[in-house]
Design a protein around this ligand. Structure first.
Ligand code: NDP
Ligand code: GDR
Length: 342
């Protein structure tokens, strides 16, 4: 049985990747941060009490800022594959918290690589690199496109990209960069623009809110479906030689297009509800990202099938559906503590 270690397992991608690897028969270990509230809602459905013999998912407290903990965890778990997905992943927030973003999204990756090296384990390493590294370089972008990051987040990811490549060259480590363009899903964090839009549209349709405050509607993004992208991550670690790959749909649409598709799908007119708030602008914006994933198609046999407009409809439907379950989700959450005899 293969063993994988995932940082960022509580995030959107981590949850889909854990699901995929469990379905392939892996034993999956995930790094989670201690929080004062539960932060495992995306993976709760995968969790089995570790005392049960069928348990294949194990969670460990830790943080990318704590290098010693990463070394001891990796030395104990000895995974065959490591997926480094943890990061402060919000571009706008990286302007508010540049130092923290540099420490986790940038230096955190180096701590992971160094932990693999110090633990002396033979493992394959995946680094979650990003199309944000291309920043101001115009589309289409592929593996040979020069980087020009436009945020502390983008700059931190460029550092992580190069340090991953360096550990590959310096120590012969099987370390790869997956340069992923935006990918979304019903599990997308609520402050990223796609989910913000689909969640608000569902609530507007249900009469729960009237307005949606947004920033720049002109940005072009190549939005794909996260559930498909984690398959690409896994494939990158199954090839004979370590290499870097772009994953993208090749189709770019604007934020305005995504809005239009979502609202019209739910029988609404976005112009009746959307308002502008300059707080959502970035000091420097990335105007257009459209990826060319032909290398992944040729060498990994990977191709996206869901583009931005299809995604808007899929996510809008999921958010409409989620509203009908809010009550039971709440009950599930409180049941553990409230209804256990003390
Ligand atoms: P999310 O923001 O949904 O998840 C981020 C994860 O990182 C969460 O599990 C979070 O934990 C964890 N995390 C954050 N800081 C730390 C830390 N200091 N130590 C340990 N864990 C930490 O991101 P996505 O799932 O969308 O993205 C996964 C990765 O891929 C990220 O690195 C992101 O930058 C990158 N990426 C994402 C793209 C996308 O479109 N989704 C595109 C390209 C790259 P917690 O739940 O406790 O907050
Ligand atoms: P991005 O995603 O910055 O591309 O990073 P986000 O959804 O935050 O923004 C996309 C575009 O929408 C514009 N926008 C808004 N964005 C947000 N979040 N909120 C708003 O109200 C709003 N209004 C307009 C933004 O200006 C931007 O142009 C994502 C993250 O997942 C990164 O971790 C990942 O590396 C990249 O995708 C690829």
């Amino acid at each position: 049985m293969k063993r994988a270690f995932i940082t960022g397992i509580t995030g959107q991608d981590g949850s889909y990747l854990a699901e995929l690897l469990l379905s392939k028969g892996y034993e999956v270990h995930g790094l989670i941060r201690r929080a004062s509230t539960f932060n495992t809602s995306r993976i709760d459905h995968l969790y089995v009490d570790p005392h049960e013999t069928q348990a294949k998912l194990f969670l460990h407290y830790g943080d990318l800022s704590d290098g010693a903990r990463l070394v001891s965890l990796l030395a104990a778990i000895k995974p065959d594959e490591v997926y480094n997905l943890a990061a402060q992943s919000h571009v706008r927030v990286s302007f508010d918290e540049p130092e923290h973003t540099g420490d986790t999204t940038g230096v955190g990756s180096m701590r992971m690589l160094e932990a693999v090296r110090m633990a002396g384990i033979n493992t394959r390493f995946y680094q979650a690199s990003s199309s944000e590294m291309f920043g101001a370089t115009p589309p289409p972008q592929d593996e040979d496109t020069p980087f020009y990051p436009r945020s502390p987040y983008g700059a931190a990811k460029v550092y992580s990209y190069w340090v991953t490549k360096n550990y590959r060259e310096a120590y012969g480590m099987f370390a790869v960069n997956g340069i992923l363009f935006n990918h979304e899903s019903p599990r997308r964090g609520e402050t990223f623009v796609t989910r913000k839009i689909t969640r608000a549209a569902a609530r507007i349709k249900a009469g729960l809110q009237d307005d949606l405050w947004l920033g720049n509607l002109d940005a072009v993004r190549d939005w794909g479906y996260a559930a498909e992208y984690v398959e690409g991550m896994w494939r990158m670690l199954q090839v004979d030689e370590p290499d870097d790959f772009v994953l993208a749909t090749g189709v770019g649409i604007t934020v305005r297009d995504f809005l239009e598709e979502t609202f019209s799908h739910l029988g609404l007119n976005w112009e009746d509800h959307v308002k502008f708030d300059e707080r959502y602008l970035r000091p420097t914006e990335v105007d257009a990202l459209i990826g060319d994933a032909s290398k992944a198609e040729a060498k990994l046999g990977w191709k996206a099938t869901v583009d931005g407009r299809a995604l808007a409809r899929l996510m809008a439907d999921a958010d409409v559906e989620a509203l009908t379950h809010e009550g039971s989700a709440w009950i599930d959450k409180v049941s553990l503590d409230s209804w256990t005899a003390k």
